[in-house]
Ligand binder design. Structure first.
Ligand code: GTP
Length: 332
């Protein structure tokens, strides 16, 4: 089975982490998010992935030089200009000549969903499209559905005003489409799958939902990106886990690392305390620094304190500095 994976967004909400690295290439549990996602698609029966690329395609091509990720064959569809989610799906599907039932996935969703169960539900339901749905506490930040008892989606509202949501079930970012869905998307025109295509399918009575209670995180904001990493340590995930300290990290034996990840090539010096944090490849945390509930890609000086912060690749916290609840460098 073929899948289109959307990876061409700007990742603005994850700045400054995405200032130099596209969001799906950021590591979750020491592996690029996109590799974990493709691995899961492969376990669910996907054999070919078309990466729907726009903004900054090069890192993806460089990461998979032989055009494969595990046992999955990769194709690259690079949009001449951003076509938004619906336009990107159409562009990528046309580029790969997709003509049968296919899977679509957002590049920043970390979940334990068994994709083959979504495909089975889609085939059994007979709709043009079937969405993976998940129940969340605050649905207003997502696409929210009204689901009929028969599994049909009666309403799809993207980011409704808080208090007006039809339910707590939201679009979890993995879909199964019949090729006919592509006919609803004009060629080469910016089109949102969430705001235009799903409502059009609802009008035709051709959209169904498949709610599950799987582990699920949309890792597109810093707090959830940190969570997505830390959750791989705790035995919370069905089929995935990781070690706390990557083999190529340099952690001084006099440092304390608790409930945290330290990535390949990161340096953590003596006397440092790292708690509930993600220290990404290339980061340096100086001697006796304290880092708590943060994501660090840049440099934290000696004796500095960093709490609830996101330090991008260009971010520097000076020796002895104190930062809390900040992005460094600041994002607009
Ligand atoms: P933000 O800028 O923080 O909203 O992130 P984003 O740009 O990734 O947007 P969002 O998370 O809403 O997008 C959902 C998925 O669609 C992500 O996997 C994006 O990479 C992808 N995406 C969004 N817009 C485009 C586009 O114009 N082209 C392509 N190819 N992918 C897109």
């Amino acid at each position: 089975m073929q899948a289109v994976v959307l990876v061409g967004g700007f990742g603005t909400r994850l700045r400054p982490l995405t200032s130099h690295v596209p969001k799906p290439m950021l590591p979750v549990g020491h592996e690029p998010m996109i590799s974990r996602l493709i691995g899961r698609l492969e376990r669910g029966g996907v054999t070919e992935v078309v990466l729907a690329l726009g903004f900054r395609p090069e890192p993806f091509v460089e990461a998979f030089p032989d055009g494969r990720c595990g046992g999955v064959e990769l194709r690259y569809a690079v949009e001449p200009e951003p076509l938004d989610t619906g336009g990107a799906i159409r562009f990528a599907a046309d580029a790969a000549g997709i003509s049968e039932t296919f899977v679509v996935a957002n590049g920043d969703v970390m979940t334990d969903l068994d994709v083959s169960s979504l495909v089975d539900a889609h085939r059994a339901g007979g709709a043009l499209a079937t969405l993976h749905l998940i129940g969340v506490a605050d649905p207003s930040a997502f696409g929210v559905v009204e689901l009929g008892d028969d599994g049909s989606i009666r309403r799809f509202v993207e980011k409704p005003a808080p208090g007006t949501e039809p339910s707590d079930l939201v679009n979890a970012g993995t879909y199964v489409f019949e090729p006919e869905v592509l006919d609803l998307v004009p060629v080469g025109v910016r089109t949102s799958v969430e705001r235009e295509v799903f409502p059009a399918l609802v009008e035709r009575g051709a959209l169904r939902g498949h709610p599950t209670q799987d582990y699920w995180i949309d890792a597109g904001v810093p707090e959830l990106f940190r969570r997505a990493n830390l959750d791989l340590l705790g035995g919370l995930r069905r089929a995935e886990s990781c070690v706390a300290v990557a083999p190529g990290a340099r952690v001084d034996p006099g440092a304390t690392v608790s409930g945290s990840l330290v990535g390949e090539g990161a340096v953590v010096e003596a006397g440092t305390t790292i708690v509930d944090s993600v220290i990404l490849p290339g980061a340096v945390v100086g001697a006796r620094a304290q880092v708590e509930s943060s994501v660090v890609m840049g440099r934290v000086g000696a004796d500095a304190t960093v709490i609830d912060c996101v330090i991008g690749a260009d971010g520097v916290v000076d020796d002895g500095g104190h930062v809390a609840y900040e992005s460094v460098p600041a994002t607009e």
